[in-house]
Design a protein around this ligand. Structure first.
Ligand SMILES: Cc1cc2nc3c(=O)[nH]c(=O)nc-3n(C[C@H](O)[C@H](O)[C@H](O)COP(=O)(O)OP(=O)(O)OC[C@H]3O[C@@H](n4cnc5c(N)ncnc54)[C@H](O)[C@@H]3O)c2cc1C
Length: 483
């Protein structure tokens, strides 16, 4: 049976420990800091469960249940595209503003499963654990998120050299039942509203750092898992009219502290092996597959932002100026670039065993562009909005107050829309580009996949240099010093 929104809401009442403003939050589902974002996620499941969306959004899993296509491991170009249409349709439900929607880490797990042989070489039991876990999360449509980065502290030192041995999550004990994990990971986006967290380390580890070199999955309601929530922008949103994006899509990011959490061997996929810790992401299609999902989502988000920019230009009637047309043309070009990259990754895809996956280098090339481009897109929209995003009524209540309503009518004018619609658009724009929520989105797009130097290194590592330098060599071989 396809999971519904209500199924998801029920699944979050699992006794998880979320801390906000110095207090333990009880039920996250109805808490004012999280309830709308949680319902936006639940709406994704309702969308997939709607009879008219079943074919678009779901496929029959090998064990018979219909589940989301994010769990599908494509075996051809056509299946990859079919799967992308589901990712795209989901991204459209939130206009790309839920960075860590359930299809992100599901894609990562699909990528790992495509190279189960690598896990088998690491250990038959670990491979068995991954396979069983994958079938469990797929067939129960569990929302899995991940934490794979250690807290900043001293970045000039490795995890083992930090002042506190268990600053970064590490194995502090193990026995016949499993491992015990202690320490933190930074920024579990969506942890508040997911079911499980995949804990690992993506930053390179060295021999000697074995206790940090593992990966495991943990239910977010497990004993000892502490979610230290950042400030809730949803709670701070005055009203949906005033902060429509913060109000609905504040997926939250939390430091996750593992306070001696016991993890059974059945949920441990990599164990004390720095090389395998890296290989699980980069020698399987996992890293490429989840970041491909992120590019599909970004493609939708840019479409939304560019559409918003055009509506702003129409509202203030500046489309008559060639410079404004040029600016919108440039924005459209940036949105088109990412769309082209998504299609390119698919067309230039390759087989990994029987699975068809997007082209690795084009995916990293797209990420290099995206990290740089997103703040530029925001900057260009800021240029278009001018002071319009600031010369706004303080809140929706100003519309119903007899003291202020008339002045709104007088001051919020546009040749094409009424004052309410003008205010509505500019409030949306500010939430996308300038509010605390909007600003966090810029930081997210710049960093979620790693700092710029890391992403550029991936691009360097995966480019076909032989082909590129070969061209130069061939040309240079065609002439020499005059005889
Ligand atoms: C909004 C948001 C959500 C996130 N969600 C998640 C999540 O769900 N799960 C998860 O695991 N992670 C998440 N992250 C964390 C993300 O993966 C990290 O931010 C990213 O890997 C970069 O690490 P860092 O932030 O510690 O930056 P750092 O690695 O500390 O880098 C910061 C800056 O320091 C400099 N620098 C640091 N090291 C070097 C070096 N070796 N060489 C040159 N310059 C260097 C660079 O200028 C770099 O830009 C999220 C981040 C953000 C901002």
């Amino acid at each position: 049976m396809t999971k519904t929104g209500q199924d998801h809401l029920d699944s979050l009442r699992d006794g998880r420990s979320v801390y906000l403003d110095g207090q333990l939050v009880g039920d996250v589902v109805d808490h004012p800091a999280y309830r709308n974002a949680i319902r936006s996620t639940a709406a994704l499941y309702d969308f997939q469960a709607a009879p008219e969306n079943q074919e678009l959004m779901t496929f029959e899993s090998p064990t018979g249940a219909r589940v989301n296509r994010c769990w599908q491991m494509p075996e051809s170009y056509e299946e990859l595209v079919q799967r992308r249409l589901a990712l795209e349709a989901w991204a459209e439900q939130t206009n790309g503003f839920l960075g860590r929607s359930p299809d992100h880490v599901a894609s990562s797990l699909c990528g790992m499963m495509m190279r189960l042989d690598l896990f088998q070489a690491h250990g038959e039991k670990r491979a068995e654990a991954l396979r069983d876990y994958f079938e469990y999360v797929r067939d129960n449509d569990r929302f899995v998120t991940y934490v794979v980065v250690s807290p900043q502290a001293d970045r000039s030192k490795g995890v083992a050299e930090q002042a506190d041995e268990f600053l970064a999550a590490g194995i502090c004990d193990e026995d016949s039942q499993g491992i015990t994990v202690k320490g933190a990971k930074m920024l579990g986006t969506s942890c508040i509203m997911a079911n499980e967290v995949l804990l690992g380390t993506i930053q390179p580890l060295q021999p000697g750092e074995e206790k940090y070199a593992f990966s495991a999955s943990i239910p977010l309601g497990a004993k000892g898992v502490k979610l230290l929530s950042r400030k809730s922008y949803e709670a701070a949103a005055v009203s949906e009219f005033d902060n429509p994006l913060s109000y609905r899509y504040d997926e939250n990011d939390a430091i996750v502290y593992f306070d001696e959490v016991k993890v059974p061997w059945e949920r441990v996929f990599v164990h004390r092996d720095p090389a395998m810790c890296r290989a699980q992401y980069h020698e399987t299609p996992a890293h490429v597959f989840h970041n491909y999902q992120a590019q599909v989502r970004l493609m939708v988000k840019l479409r939304f932002l560019v559409g918003m920019a055009r509506k702003i230009a129409e509202t203030t009637n500046v489309l008559i100026y060639p410079q404004v047309v040029e600016s919108l043309g440039s924005l459209a070009g940036q949105a088109g670039l990412i769309e082209g990259m998504v299609h390119g990754m698919e067309a230039k895809g390759t087989y990994v065993g029987k699975y068809y996956v997007p082209d690795r280098h084009l995916m990293y090339a797209s990420q290099v562009q995206a990290q740089q481009m997103y703040p530029e897109v925001i900057q260009a929209i800021r240029q278009l909005t001018g002071g319009g995003v600031i010369m706004l009524p303080s809140g929706a209540a100003d519309f119903t107050s007899s003291e202020t309503a008339g002045y709104i009518e007088k001051t919020q004018q546009s040749p094409v829309v009424n004052s309410k619609d003008r205010v509505k658009l500019f409030k949306l724009a500010w939430d996308a580009i300038g509010s605390e929520f909007g600003s966090r989105h810029t930081q997210y797009e710049m960093f979620y996949a790693g700092a710029q130097f890391a992403v550029r290194n991936h691009s360097y590592r995966t480019y076909d240099w032989e082909k590129a330098t070969g061209l130069v060599d061939r040309f240079m071989d065609s002439y020499d010093l005059p005889e």
